[in-house]
Design a protein around this ligand. Sequence first.
Ligand code: ATP
Length: 442
Amino acid sequence: MAISKTDNHTLLMENVVSLCKRRGFIFQGSEIYGGLANTWDYGPLGAELKRNIKEAWWRDNLYRRSDMAGLDSAILMHPKVWEASGHTANFSDLSVDCKNCKKRWRPEQAQGKCPQCGSNDLTEARAFNLMYKTHQGAVEDQASLTYLRPETAQGIFVNFLNILDVSRKKLPFGVAQIGKSFRNEITPGNFTFRTREFEQMEIEYFVRPEEADKYYAYWVNERYNWYLRLGIKKQNLRLRPHAKEELAHYARACSDIEYQFPFGWSELEGIANRSDFDLVQHAKFSGKDLSYFDALDKKRIIPYIIEPSGGVDRAALAFLVDAYWEEKVKDENRTVLKFSKELTPVKIAVLPLLKNRPQLVELAKKIYEDLRKHYACVYDDTASIGKLYRRQDEVGTLFCLTVDVQSLDDKQVTVRERDTMKQERISIDKLREYCSEKLNHY
Ligand code: ATP
């Protein structure tokens, strides 16, 4: 069997984008209206993939630990939050506007000339705040001005006291949240990599200041290994510690977890030591005491915060690209999404070999009805078996169960495994056991 991984990067990206659309992972947003640039809708399989990523993250960072609490805070927050955090003043990129065609560019893109219309009538480079402005209520004046949050983190900081109160956690402890964030990016692109609306998975981990370095190193390691555990290939993942001059105004240290996307190494997740900046700022702007009574030293302290902050959409894109595999089997192309068993949207497909045999179809449907109570399953009888297998390989289905004429007699089905394509006969009454053994979570 000759195996050839697509190594042409542009082609790989094109193939992934095309598969995403063809098979219902990701569609262009508002497509029937000609599309809204850089917006994407997750189709049936994409929605499952994203859910599985978020569930794995929540489970590993919440349920499997005793030092974490969850939160689901509001997207709209008091405008003072953004003054305290520094976003109103600092959350900006430099941009240059073309006075002729009105297109906006990063300064490095438009060096003296508009890349779109060629005009050299450009504005000076100006800071462009990336926060989405909106207004609360009917009156659109300065007093009603607010923002769509550009990160979920601030929702955690402003709930620090609430969570401390209800959870009675002691340092070190963390708060985790998943939710939408919005940034009016100047240059969105690379499919879902950089969009203006995206989902984040963020942890704010509160520690004693003297333990901040230790927990920073711990979270960098923990988060890096999480991607490996869920199937990302080691050669496509790396850590990039930030140089001092690159650090954000609040950060003592920061490392990016980068993935080797077809368009180059790019950030998947950042882990930062934010010092006591956030709690100090919110205490100052809100007038509330955000200190913590440390029973160990019998004194009040302002905890430091370690923040692992990742994007759900970027993770989904990395998992898609990493899983993409092409090979030739008996002179035919086979495309497979080799997702890990946890992330793959569909675990089992039940396929009757002949759809014009009512008994066979009935048995296949019965197996499907039973298994789907426990696993993400599909039933398909709309093509020949070869085609049905290819269809399932292409979306990453782990097992195909084929019900054939012999199944009616020997009460067994053929189970075909996605990666090896190995087939074995399994007794129908042992299927549940077989699946739970194969699909058990790590
Ligand atoms: P970049 O340098 O790529 O703009 P960032 O350093 O500004 O990213 P953070 O503020 O650290 O990003 O946000 C944390 C995570 O949120 C990122 O690692 C990324 O996964 C995700 N994220 C940030 N901006 C976007 C975006 N525009 N589109 C999709 N995901 C994003």
